[in-house]
Structure formats: structure tokens, C-alpha cells
Design a protein around this ligand. Structure first.
Ligand SMILES: *Cc1c(COP(=O)(O)O)cnc(C)c1O
Length: 433
């Protein structure tokens, strides 16, 4: 039974009056105030994760740019900003969110394969630290826009090192058949083309091979390859001053063993520590994933002929990872089961009209009843940021807990409010009023 709680970090979760509490606040108390479903984040755990990584990396002088797409809530970003975080952004919208959360432009790096003219101009006007370009075509675009704005763009080129991250196919980014980065053997073109780009300064190289990587080996391979590329580029006369090593540090969702911050630091030291480059990493998941859960209520327990279904009020629109990546989230009842509790096997499903709206198959759980609250653990990363409104649902709210108090940090956006975003053109007549 202790396995039930293995993914709720003991530093912030506890039992109170027979129920789960986060930083001293009972989950049921928040659920009664806010309604379900909702995301719930721990400020203490966020800081703890940040500091564990920062403490391991700071002796090597490695800057940390938090990958905003993992969880971009303003309150979460502002907690990390206060810790000194930089940001890795993949859109102009994320730049707005990074700045809005208090991360200075001078600590922002812009990644992504499809940056528009407007997004590049927004980033250059804001004066961000660096743009990570993903193609020659993009280098030319950045050069042109920087020229129009009369600035010199500081650019790192993202290299595709053709390394297998040994993770889920949908989150592998560093193989040569992925859309990301420039093939390592095509860097020779830079020698001539850069000379013609008057408004762009190549300051470094960048790499990001994928997400949820559970061994150090892919990092060793990728960083080792980057080391050789930096040396080769320098030999050809390029001043490579910066090296961005990407994110992708894996975390346990069930009982996986993930590399520790110290192990990652050691790989960095051993592979690229002596290059004299300003080093940076871009982790998202490993900072926020286990600082957040999704709280949901059981609507029905439905006895099928083959199996029992626990139908909860959260759907794949609220937490997309299981439908998209077959990912696992531990499910934990909020009311703590007795020592002799009866366990049953459930398929835990949402209300959405899609068979992929399934959070768990054949999961052994203490017997559930309609009205019970459960939490889906390790949902802080790629949870709320991927949420949508499919099936005309409200947008799921987010709640932050800190030392005995809680606050709604994104309110539930009702369907009435969403209707206000839409318009019916006059020519359709006024049947809708
Ligand atoms: C998504 C992404 C990250 C963060 O990945 P995590 O697995 O969340 O650490 C970092 N860099 C880039 C370029 C990304 O696209």
C-alpha cells in the first residue's frame, strides 16, 4: 500500500485527519472551494527541485533556462524567476509569459523550428539573450529582420546530433529524421554564409535530443558530439562562446530510476566542462512535474462485464499525456485507505467521447465510490499547458499552495465565457440572438 504514495514527494505531502494534504492544506478543502477538476502545485516542491539542480550545476557555472512549455502559469514562473531562473521559450506567447512572470529578457533563449517574422522581431525588440536557430533558412530570416530593426542578433545554431534519446518516439528530437536542428555534417555551409549575414552574430551551438531521458548515456553521446563540433568550428575560425545543452532530464512516473542532478552535472563536466564556453541547460519537466497533481472526482464506478470503470470528472482535454504518449500517472485516493482496505482493478477514464480518454488501464486501487476525490500524480509538467476545451468543457483551473494557504492562480474559464470569444457574423441572421 505504501506504493500508493510513492510519487507524492514526502517533503510537501502529508496526512491530515485521514486525508492527503499538500503543504498542510487538505486537498478536499481546496476541492470544496474550487470545484473539480483542477491542477494543484506546491511552491515548496518547485523551489526544492530548482535548488537541487541549481546547486549541482552552479559550481560548473551552468545557467538554467526553464523550459516554459512544461508549465507556463504566471505564479509558477514568478516563483522560478525569484530563484534566478532564465527561460527557454518556443513562441512569442511564451516570451510574453516569461516577461510577465518576471524573467528578464536578458535571460531568455528562443528555440523552435517555426519562428515567424513577428516572433523574431518581438524577441529582438525585447533584447533577449539568444535565439536558437534551427535551419539555414531561419538564419537568413533572423539576419533580415535584425537588419530591418538595426540590431545585431545573437544566435546559437541548434545542431541535430543524430543521437537516440531512447525515449518515447513522440518526444525524441535529436535523431536525423526529426524536424529539429541542422544536421551536424552540414555545418560547413556556415563558413561562407555567415560572412554574408551582417546583422547576425553566431555566438554558440545548441542541442536538445528529447524529453524524459532516463539514462546518462544519450547525454554523454550528444554532449561529446557537441564538444567535437565546438572544437572543429573553432578551428575553422568561428568564435563559439556559448553551448546550450538543452533539457530532457527524465523523472520517475512510476518506479523508474532517473539520473540525479549530480550525475547530470558530472556528464557536463566530463564532456564540455573544459571548453571555456558559457554553458546552459533548458529543463522543464524535471523542475515542475512532481510539483503538481491533477485533482479529480469520481463520478461513477461502472461495473462492466469484463472490468470495472472509474469514470472521473477530468478528461483528456485537461491532461492529454496518457492519450498522446500512453504515459503513466499514479492515481492516489485523497481519503487514505485503511490498512486492510480492499483493492480492486479499475480502468480510470474521463467523460470525453473518445476511447483514448483513458488515464489508466487495469489499475489496482482501493475500492472507489462515486464522489471520492483522487489525485493524478506527477502532472505538473505538460499538464495544464496542454489543456484545452474539447467537448465544450471549461478550461481547467490551477491552484498554488504555499505553507498552509492556497490561491487560484488560473480560474476556471467557463463555456459562457468562451462563447464570448466567438462571434456569429451578421449575415447569418440573428437566430442566436
Ligand atoms: C521541450 C524542450 C525543452 C524541455 O524539455 P524537458 O524534457 O521538459 O526538460 C528544452 N529545450 C527545448 C528546445 C525544448 O523543445
Amino acid at each position: 500500500m505504501t506504493d500508493l504514495f510513492r510519487r507524492l514527494p514526502a517533503s510537501c505531502w502529508s496526512a491530515r485527519e485521514g486525508e492527503l494534504a499538500l503543504e498542510g492544506v487538505k486537498v478536499s478543502e481546496i476541492a470544496n472551494a474550487v470545484g473539480t477538476p483542477f491542477y494543484l502545485y506546491s511552491a515548496a516542491r518547485l523551489r526544492e527541485n530548482w535548488r537541487t539542480l541549481a546547486d549541482a550545476l552552479s559550481p560548473l557555472g551552468v545557467a538554467i533556462h526553464y523550459a516554459m512549455k512544461a508549465c507556463a502559469n504566471k505564479a509558477v514562473v514568478s516563483i522560478l524567476a525569484a530563484e534566478g531562473a532564465g527561460a527557454d521559450i518556443v513562441s512569442g506567447g511564451e516570451l510574453t509569459r516569461a516577461l510577465g512572470g518576471g524573467i528578464p529578457a536578458s535571460k531568455v533563449v528562443f528555440s523552435g523550428v517555426g519562428k515567424t517574422d513577428a516572433e523574431i522581431a518581438q524577441a529582438l525588440r525585447a533584447g533577449i539573450h539568444q535565439i536558437n536557430a534551427e535551419s539555414y533558412e531561419e538564419l537568413w530570416r533572423i539576419d533580415r529582420i535584425a537588419g530591418e530593426l538595426g540590431v545585431v542578433a545573437k544566435v546559437a545554431l541548434r545542431v541535430n546530433p543524430d543521437v537516440d534519446a531512447d525515449t518515447h518516439a513522440k518526444i525524441t528530437t535529436g535523431k536525423k529524421d526529426n524536424k529539429f536542428g541542422v544536421d551536424a555534417h552540414r555545418l560547413g555551409r556556415l563558413d561562407n554564409e555567415l560572412k554574408a549575414m551582417a546583422n547576425l552574430r553566431l555566438v554558440g551551438l545548441a542541442v536538445h535530443i528529447g524529453s524524459q531521458i532516463l539514462t546518462t548515456k544519450p547525454f554523454e553521446e550528444a554532449y561529446g558530439r557537441m564538444r567535437r563540433l565546438v572544437l572543429a568550428m573553432r578551428e575553422r575560425g568561428h568564435a563559439i562562446e556559448r553551448l546550450d545543452l538543452g533539457g530532457g532530464f527524465g523523472i520517475p512516473y512510476r518506479n523508474e530510476q532517473a539520473p540525479s542532478a549530480a550525475e547530470i552535472a558530472e556528464v557536463i563536466r566530463a564532456t564540455v566542462g573544459d571548453l571555456g564556453c558559457a554553458l546552459a541547460v533548458e529543463p522543464g519537466r524535471s523542475i515542475v512535474a512532481d510539483a503538481g497533481v491533477l485533482v479529480t472526482r469520481v463520478e461513477f464506478v461502472k461495473e462492466g462485464t469484463e472490468r470495472a470503470f472509474a469514470v472521473v470528472d477530468a478528461g483528456m482535454n485537461d491532461l492529454m499525456r496518457p492519450a498522446m504518449y500512453d504515459s503513466h500517472h499514479d492515481i492516489v485516493p485523497v481519503r487514505l485507505p485503511d490498512a486492510d482496505a480492499d483493492f480492486t482493478t479499475y480502468d480510470v477514464v474521463g467523460p470525453i467521447c473518445e476511447s483514448s480518454d483513458t488515464f489508466a488501464k487495469r489499475r489496482s486501487l482501493p475500492r472507489l465510490a462515486a464522489g471520492d476525490l483522487v489525485v493524478m500524480a506527477t502532472a505538473g509538467a505538460y499538464g495544464a499547458t496542454m489543456a484545452g476545451t474539447y467537448n465544450a468543457r471549461a478550461l481547467v483551473p490551477e491552484v498554488l499552495v504555499e505553507a498552509g494557504r492556497f490561491a487560484v492562480v488560473r480560474r476556471r474559464v467557463s463555456v459562457e465565457e468562451q462563447l464570448g470569444w466567438e462571434a456569429s457574423p451578421d449575415w447569418l441572421g440573428s437566430a442566436a440572438g
